[in-house]
Design a protein around this ligand. Structure first.
Ligand code: AMP
Length: 282
């Protein structure tokens, strides 16, 4: 595995790979790898000949009072894990490489970015689409892999690819969970032992929602109420949103049906956790 820090060097390397007819994939990440990230690398490996993983803590997707400065970082460990997982290139640029002082052009998603996480993080998705569009132009992969953990992000990226005609296949990988159901996230390291102990309530509640649907319940409002009652039994949990939404446009739906899913954001102390689950399969 090569660690490459500049766009120029990366382009030279990829030009060679492309000229040998290699199918290229990209896995964009902010590092501090866990099994969720590694599963994306595995999927990229399976579906392509040459895997590029980018590791960049993208400042434009953090709000002014968010955790950019303390976001967990461990390059040495990440490098080892990516290598062990068969990554070909780890692209690890610095801020000047990505956002030189003259930088002033953004990709701004509209409707899909104003709901769910976009309500409390109004500039977040503009930062995500901007960095992902830049990475797509830098790497020009045949396919890119994202995690379902960030369902809204994956949906916005797919929309961007379609709206802006990027010739890139978007693959969405399933959520990888801890053995107690908590969705893996680099931010789980912020949780205190007491918060960590209570955090699995999110997945337990989502599982309960599936059970309700399996028993015939379809009313979103009723399910959302039940789920919220269950989550607040954890005294450290503070709900930001619980919503059944349409996969197509992320708008709330009155009835659970194929093509809808439940999305939640819950705070434990200073840590904001998100999760989601399809309540009914297609
Ligand atoms: P991040 O480093 O948090 O920006 O995540 C990089 C990629 O990994 C994104 O596409 C995430 O959706 C994905 N990802 C993060 N956590 C998980 C998880 N638990 N399961 C599957 N994918 C994940």
């Amino acid at each position: 595995m090569k660690v490459i820090r500049t766009i120029r060097e990366l382009r030279e390397e990829l030009w060679i790979q492309r000229s040998h007819g290699q199918r290229l994939s990209l896995v964009p990440t902010m590092g501090y790898f866990h099994e969720g990230h590694l599963s994306l690398m595995d999927l990229a490996r399976e579906k392509s000949d040459f895997v590029v993983v980018s590791l960049y803590v993208n400042p434009t997707q953090f709000g002014p009072n968010e955790d950019l400065a303390c976001y967990p970082r461990d390059f040495i460990r990440d490098e080892r894990l990516a290598r062990e997982r068969g990554t070909d290139v780890l692209f690890y640029p610095d801020n000047q490489e990505i956002y030189p002082d003259s930088f002033c052009t953004y990709v701004v998603p509209e409707k899909l970015a104003n709901v769910l996480c976009g309500r409390s993080r109004p500039t977040h998705f503009r930062g995500v689409t901007t960095i992902v569009a830049k990475l797509f132009n830098i790497v020009q992969p045949d396919l890119a892999v994202f995690g379902r953990k960030d369902a809204q992000q994956a949906i916005i990226i797919k929309r961007m690819v379609s709206d802006l005609n990027f010739p890139i296949e978007i693959v969405v990988a399933p959520i990888v969970r801890e053995s107690d159901g908590l969705a893996m996230s680099s931010r789980n390291t912020y949780l205190s032992p007491a918060e960590r102990q209570q955090a699995p309530v999110i997945f337990q509640a989502l599982t309960k929602a599936v059970e309700l649907v399996q028993k015939g319940e379809r009313r979103s409002a009723f399910i959302e109420k039940k789920i919220s009652q269950m989550i607040v039994t954890a005294d450290l949990a503070r709900i930001e949103y619980i919503q059944v939404v349409s996969e197509k446009d992320l708008q709330p739906v009155e009835k659970v049906e194929p093509g809808t899913f439940m999305a939640v954001a819950v705070w434990f102390g200073k840590t904001r956790l998100i999760d989601n689950l399809e309540l009914m399969t297609m």
